[in-house]
Write a protein that binds this ligand. Structure first.
Ligand code: NAP
Length: 283
């Protein structure tokens, strides 16, 4: 069965909107997300525009700071410092990639962990590792919401995650482990990937290779979550999974587009609201 990620994401955004409407009615401060876009990368511009639209939809305040790709590392750090100190700002997101002359690690580590709505700061990574709450990266969190929506209990299930990035593979593996799944992580050096994947009750594909996973990788009745965003031979958007080849084997499968992608943005709205609530609570 096709999982309607877009529909689930819209529902979750509506929930955020209701909460923000209530804050407005009560005359309270409104959560604010600031996105920093460095340079002119076309894909980044689209992502930033979509994030801004989601803010407008939910009623969240939003600001996009557009900076030249020649900006120095120090100037970017100063900008983040200003936002860290600005009490009206709840979420700070630096759209990646950033130009090569700037140290990405230094930038991400400089964002106040309480405002780190991408969940990339080492403090939030450690909290995820220890299962202590904190801000969790949006894409992995979106996958957990999808599993909840289909009432899928991970307890004792075999989850195979292919791809070990810090933003998708590793965090989603931890989230599944915290839900008592038996987790296997695969990557480009994994031997006999097909048979490892074929064991999976839940297969999470996050490698960035168009239509890589066909029926030979998927067990009958498996849940398939496709994170990949690629272009196929006709320049059409597609995932890492060959959807047409796998859809009748899988019990549930996310399409691309319309699957995990929209979930990521709605989780960003939720993370910003969460950061706001936590900051208000601590005042
Ligand atoms: P990434 O940093 O691009 O890394 C790719 C991972 O896949 C690496 O761990 C790599 O292994 C592994 N890999 C590559 N080829 C492989 C192969 N043939 N067999 C097994 N493993 C292989 O990963 P990412 O940033 O997580 O992105 C993955 C995909 O997800 C991309 O298409 C990206 O656009 C998409 N994405 C989507 C969303 C969303 O919102 N839907 C969010 C983030 C990313 P090694 O570590 O051994 O090199």
């Amino acid at each position: 069965m096709r999982i309607d990620g877009k529909g689930i994401a819209n529902k979750r955004k509506d929930d955020v909107k209701v909460k923000i409407d209530t804050l407005k009615q009560e005359g309270k401060r409104i959560p604010k997300l600031v996105v920093i876009l460095v340079g002119e990368d076309p894909a980044s511009k689209v992502y930033v525009r979509n994030k801004d639209r989601a803010c407008q939809y939910t009623g969240m305040l939003s600001e996009i700071i557009r900076l030249e790709d020649t900006i120095s590392e120090d100037d970017l750090l100063n900008e983040i410092d200003r936002l860290n100190k600005d009490d009206s700002v709840d979420g700070i997101l630096v759209q990646l990639p950033i130009p090569k002359h700037i140290n990405e690690e230094k930038i991400l580590n400089f964002i106040d962990p309480a405002k780190d709505v991408d969940g990339f700061h080492p403090v939030n990574v450690a909290k995820l590792f220890l299962n202590q709450g904190g801000l969790v990266p949006c894409t992995p969190q979106g996958m957990m919401v999808i599993l909840d929506e289909i009432n899928y209990d991970l307890t004792g299930k075999e989850v195979v995650v292919v791809g070990r990035s810090n933003i998708v593979g590793k965090p989603v593996a931890l989230l599944c482990l915290h839900r008592n799944a038996t987790v296997t992580m695969c990557h480009s050096r994994t031997q006999d990937l097909k048979s490892v994947c074929k064991r999976a009750d839940v297969l999470i594909a996050a490698i960035g290779k168009p239509k890589f996973f066909n029926h030979e990788y998927v067990k009958d009745g498996a849940v398939v979550l496709d994170v990949g965003i690629n272009r196929d031979e006709n320049n059409k958007l597609c995932g890492d999974v060959d959807y047409e080849d796998v859809k009748d084997i899988a019990s549930y499968i996310t399409p691309v587009p319309g699957g995990i992608g929209p979930m990521t943005i709605s989780m960003l709205m939720e993370n910003t609201l969460k950061a706001y609530e936590k900051r208000e609570e601590e005042k």
